[in-house]
Design a binder for this molecule. Structure first.
Ligand code: SF4
Ligand code: SF4
Length: 99
């Protein structure tokens, strides 16, 4: 098939994805953000006042409530740093993933 040919109409009744579509769009990847993140947040438990601002702003909802502070699910945290930027107590520091 040349790039000028059009694909036949997608058959919704059979709901079958054409075999020659880009595999990126048709295969589910098991990779999580923790597998590729370059920076991760660390909370200073002495500074955290449990205001939940980090929980409110995290775009992937990976901030978890602990008994006396808030912490992060590092499997789903993508290391964007929004929580550290928004924390009014400056209790969150972004550190390189390798450390
Ligand atoms: S925003 Fe800062 S002070 Fe507030 S809960 Fe999160 S880490 Fe603690
Ligand atoms: S670094 Fe980004 S993704 Fe990770 S906890 Fe903070 S706001 Fe959420």
């Amino acid at each position: 098939m040349s790039r000028h040919d059009s694909y036949p109409l997608f058959d919704m009744k059979q709901a079958k994805v054409p075999d020659d579509l880009c595999p990126v769009a048709t295969e589910v990847s098991p990779m999580l953000p923790g597998d590729w993140r370059s920076m991760r947040p660390v909370v200073n438990r002495d500074k955290c006042v449990k205001c939940a601002v980090c929980w409110l702003y995290c775009p992937v909802q990976c901030v978890e409530e602990k008994a006396a502070w808030f912490d992060f699910n590092l499997k789903t945290c993508k290391g964007c740093g929004i929580c550290a930027n928004e924390c009014p107590q400056r209790a969150i520091t972004m550190i390189p993933e390798a450390t």
